[in-house]
Design a protein around this ligand. Structure first.
Ligand SMILES: Cc1cc2nc3c(=O)[nH]c(=O)nc-3n(C[C@H](O)[C@H](O)[C@H](O)COP(=O)(O)OP(=O)(O)OC[C@H]3O[C@@H](n4cnc5c(N)ncnc54)[C@H](O)[C@@H]3O)c2cc1C
Length: 162
């Protein structure tokens, strides 16, 4: 069996890592050619930290994070509604952390050893055939008049990108 993961977001990258842990290689296709731009912050609650630990990545990621010890919920005028000590809620799972989104993506991607990651390719169509699954992939970049590209295919589980 061959596995094709569509999308190199947090879910796709974590799935690829989880498969690697089980000795299952995969191909991953992501339409963007690089990491998400900029440093919009991500809050990783304790269950996210637990998931990263299961993937063997918590220590690596934690080195890039700041701890979130308190969560303050305010109304639209900034009036405090509630204050939560995060460890009171998440102690059983793990620490609550924050880091820039692009840093998390970079760490997840760097942790992939056996996954064949293809950036700048967009899956356009998937068709089931008797021979297997046929996947149409556009090679990006986009042009003003639409997508340019070729049609490499995964047919019957065999990947033959050009
Ligand atoms: C403003 C904002 C703030 C957030 N803050 C937090 C937070 O603080 N903490 C938290 O836990 N969550 C937060 N979230 C939610 C979190 O970002 C998402 O749950 C998470 O990123 C979803 O990951 P994903 O991999 O499922 O999807 P995505 O990140 O959407 O990844 C999907 C990927 O698939 C690619 N793709 C799509 N179609 C194709 C195709 N046809 N071919 C190839 N590639 C394709 C896309 O380019 C994308 O990279 C926030 C979300 C937003 C919008």
């Amino acid at each position: 069996m061959q596995i094709l993961i569509l999308g190199g977001g947090i879910a796709g990258l974590c799935l690829a890592k989880a498969l690697e842990q089980r000795g299952i290689p995969a191909d991953l296709v992501e339409r963007h050619s690089g990491q998400p731009a900029g440093g919009a912050g991500l809050y990783l609650p304790g269950n996210a930290a637990r998931a990263l630990k299961q993937l063997g990545l918590l220590a690596d990621v934690t080195a890039k994070t700041a701890p979130i010890e308190t969560q303050r919920i305010v109304d639209s005028r900034g009036k405090p509604l509630n204050t939560v000590r995060t460890q009171d809620v998440w102690r059983e799972c793990g620490p609550c952390l924050s880091l820039p989104r692009n840093v998390l993506h970079a760490r997840l991607q760097a942790a992939l050893i056996r996954t064949n990651v293809s950036l700048g390719k967009a899956v356009d169509n998937i068709r089931q055939s008797p021979a297997g699954c046929e996947v149409a992939v556009w090679l990006l970049p986009l042009t003003m008049s639409g997508m340019t590209g070729c049609w490499p295919r995964w047919r019957g589980g065999l990947m033959t990108p050009t």
